[in-house]
Design a protein around this ligand. Structure first.
Ligand code: URA
Length: 417
């Protein structure tokens, strides 16, 4: 087979055979196919989409590129949640310990930042010592012992996604619906779970900008889930403003801890509850939303949520004592409104890119991230503000980047008289 023939076939709008796709993925992992050739294929898929047959092959090849976890047979429900990505989205870090406290096992494989969206793994790595790349046996034992763990894609699980994920980030090929679907579903199926709740973020700070595209993606996700015997629920959530009070790295972990202790912002807690509720109902722990709300609230009020979070971090070698000291930024700046009025729009994608500029994500392949970097949001759409009142607090440990980010943030808010 000739790589450029396969690329040309997709570029010209033809369907790739199972053999074409399987061979391409295998040879990419063997480094016979170059990064340039894979980038070209991704771009051809970005423009021409994929048929359902191609998607099924891609998912299968991504799964088969690594191992699939097999949990011991037991009556405990094993499930996971995944988000299509947003700004300030830290719900995974809340959901895993809350669900473990409810008796549902969560073996979560999460990602790093993609384009302007934050990565759960990057945020967790702000905790000193944390291990997000354990052996699969260790990962399984963590989940079996305390009920949850959050790790990264690796050479063991879906290495094809691991490699393609990083490449998509550099080649403007992230927002392709079939590729998003294959990236998510391959990891989730490899986890050996029984059920999944998907959080499809829709809005100006998400890869999925319209309801129509959200429905297209959910159709594909459901199709793949059904073909692997996985229960699936889909939640659509608004990403026309950052989620919660902070976006960044260490500051999002700190915010997650506050939430687990019962001091979360309304939007973040509502989103987390919606997702937890689906899993509680799937697992048969609650018959409806009202019952799941009682379980959810009790887990937080009794301190169980934070207790399970501590156990999860401890198991993964993370040191929470050191954490707060390690995320103190050297510099900060307050961005103020230059107008009186009502906020009618937040450019959430631009806020996301500002966070990357600040040090929270990769611009090149292996940028060193700044765990102290982030933004605190004082306002949301609908709020009435006065000229000179604070909109954002921006912080990090690199004054040059702080200045360039502050410039970018200036026109991320539209205010109407
Ligand atoms: N999460 C993933 O794992 N992959 C995507 O493509 C988007 C979000």
């Amino acid at each position: 087979m000739i790589p450029s023939d396969i690329i040309a076939k997709k570029r010209n709008g033809y369907e790739l055979s199972s053999n074409d796709l399987s061979w391409f993925i295998k040879k990419y992992l063997e480094e016979y196919i170059s990064e340039a050739q894979m980038s070209a294929l991704l771009m051809a898929i970005y423009f021409n989409g994929m048929t359902e047959k191609e998607l099924v092959t891609l998912v299968r090849e991504m799964i088969n590129s690594g191992q699939v976890i097999n949990f011991k047979k037991s009556s405990i429900y094993i499930a996971d949640k995944h988000s299509t990505g947003g700004v300030g989205d830290k719900t995974s870090i809340l959901l895993a310990p809350i669900m473990a406290a409810a008796g549902i096992r969560i073996p979560m494989i999460a990602g790093r930042s993609l384009e302007y969206t934050g990565g759960t793994i990057d945020k967790l790595e702000a905790i000193p010592g944390i291990n997000v790349t354990p052996s699969l046996n260790k990962f399984k034992s963590w989940v079996e012992n305390i009920g949850c763990a959050i790790i990264s894609q690796s050479k063991d699980i879906c290495p094809a996604d691991n490699k393609i994920y990083a490449l998509r980030n550099q080649t403007a090929t992230v927002p392709s619906i079939p590729i998003i679907c294959s990236s998510i579903m391959s990891k989730k199926i490899a986890e050996g779970i029984m059920g999944l709740v998907m959080d499809i973020k829709v809005g100006n700070g998400a890869f999925i900008k319209t309801k129509n595209d959200a429905f297209k993606l959910s159709h594909l996700l459901e199709k793949v889930a059904i073909s692997y015997g996985l229960k699936i629920d889909i939640v659509y959530s608004d990403m026309n403003q950052p989620l919660g009070r902070y976006a960044g790295l260490g500051c999002e972990i700190k915010e997650a801890i506050d939430c687990l202790k019962g001091n979360g912002s309304r939007d973040l807690m509502d989103n987390t509850f919606e997702l937890c509720s689906c899993l509680l109902i799937q697992a048969g722990k609650a018959k409806d939303k009202q019952e799941s709300k009682e379980i959810f609230d009790k887990i937080i009020e009794t301190g169980k949520a934070f207790e399970f979070f501590q156990k999860m971090i401890f198991n993964q070698n993370g040191c929470l004592k050191q954490f707060e000291k390690n995320i103190i930024p050297k510099f900060e700046k307050i961005i103020r409104s230059h107008k009186d009025g009502t906020i009618i729009f937040m450019d959430t994608e631009k806020i996301g890119w500002s966070l990357i500029e600040l040090g929270c994500g990769n611009k090149k392949k292996l940028d060193k991230l700044d765990n102290t970097a982030g933004i605190e949001f004082f306002v949301k759409p609908g709020d009435i503000i006065k000229k000179g009142s604070p909109i954002y607090r921006v912080f990090n440990t690199n004054s040059k980047k702080l200045d360039s980010t502050s410039e970018l943030l200036l026109d991320t808010i539209r205010v109407n008289k």
